[in-house]
Ligand binder design. Structure first.
Ligand code: SF4
Length: 330
């Protein structure tokens, strides 16, 4: 294997998140406006073959974990075929998916057969009306059917349910989600609301911290922390009575940048070295203008070497990225 990919801070980069589309069938309040966003022209979006070639180059540089995101990846036509192509890339240990779950009932079997081994499903409320309130879609029953369909495939593990935590909304969801984690095989995690919304309306006082949620849950269902995995984003706790796990991803109140091993590729081929990057590196242009794999590798190494040490959310001088979460992917 080539020299492994490391950044200028000595961190080994082994986790690549690829957004396969900027399009989505939901309109989550904390992500995009009710009318959606101007979507990328289809010719601007990387083809399956282009994604496969880039993933192969990244894998040759030591990337072992690949997460497929969007927008909503399942709205991309023939997506399971792309999963199959990527699952065959040498060097990858893990191919996972982040989805809103709406099309999971339809696609679960095909995705598993194609090689998906871990899935995160984004669900912000287990109450139908409140789910509708935050996603602007009356789709909770459909999403839960998708989860159940996926759970029929034991080779997909773990299956995680991610809920964005917003002050004034998620406090009421804490115990229902804790009881969901205790009564199912799904691991629930709360993610602090981040300044990546298309409306740029985020403010620190809207962030309900992981610690606050932990206290709400611990008061009813006592929990204890499990050891943290290297480069993990979540602090994971188990219920003291042994029935399940629950996690907290606290990028705002407890940043976890020091051992970050993640980089991202947008749907149109921009390399983002941090979720909050202001600068991006275009890989599509060299890809489409005859660059060799070695040329593209040099561009990647150079960009990764300049990877940001950390985000500076909440610090003076923080600039929200112009690109919203729907166009970055989780
Ligand atoms: S904010 Fe950036 S540096 Fe920090 S963990 Fe996320 S991607 Fe890594």
């Amino acid at each position: 294997m080539e020299d492994l990919l490391v950044d200028g801070h000595g961190r080994r980069i082994s986790d690549l998140r690829v957004s396969v589309t900027d399009r989505c069938n939901f309109r989550c309040q904390y992500c995009m406006p009710a009318d959606g966003l101007p979507w990328l022209d289809r010719t601007a979006v990387l083809t399956f073959e282009e994604i496969e070639r880039l993933v192969r180059i990244f894998a040759s540089l030591g990337v072992t974990d690949l997460r497929l995101t969007g927008g909503e990846p399942l709205v991309r036509r023939d997506f399971p075929r792309l999963v199959g192509m990527l699952s065959r890339v040498e060097g990858l240990d893990d191919v996972s998916l982040t989805t809103n779950g709406y099309l999971l009932e339809r696609d679960a079997a095909a995705l598993v057969e194609a090689g998906i081994n871990r899935v995160n499903v984004s669900i912000d409320s287990l109450q139908r009306d409140r789910f509708f309130q935050i996603t602007r879609r009356d789709s909770l029953p459909q999403v839960l059917r998708g989860l159940d369909e996926l759970a029929k495939h034991p080779e997909v593990h773990p299956i995680k349910v991610n809920a964005v935590a917003i002050r004034g909304f998620t406090e009421q969801e804490a115990i229902p989600f804790a009881e969901f984690a205790r009564s199912t095989a799904f691991q629930v995690r709360f993610i602090e609301f981040m300044p990546l919304d298309a409306d740029h309306a985020w403010s620190a006082d809207q962030v309900l911290t992981g610690e606050e949620l932990r206290q709400i849950i611990d008061a009813v269902h006592p929990i204890e922390e499990l050891p943290r995995e290297p480069s993990a984003t979540a602090r994971v706790f188990r219920f003291r009575d042994g029935t399940g796990e629950i996690g907290f991803i606290n990028p705002v109140s407890e940043p976890f940048c020091s051992d970050c091993n993640r980089i991202r590729l947008t749907a149109e081929g921009k390399l983002r070295t941090c979720l909050f990057s202001i600068h991006e590196t275009d890989l599509r242009e060299p890809l489409r203008s005859g660059a060799t794999d070695a040329d593209i590798e040099r561009v990647i190494r150079d960009a990764v070497w300049r990877k940001e040490l950390k985000h500076n959310v909440g610090e003076p001088g923080f600039r929200q990225p112009p690109r919203s979460m729907s166009a970055i992917g989780g």
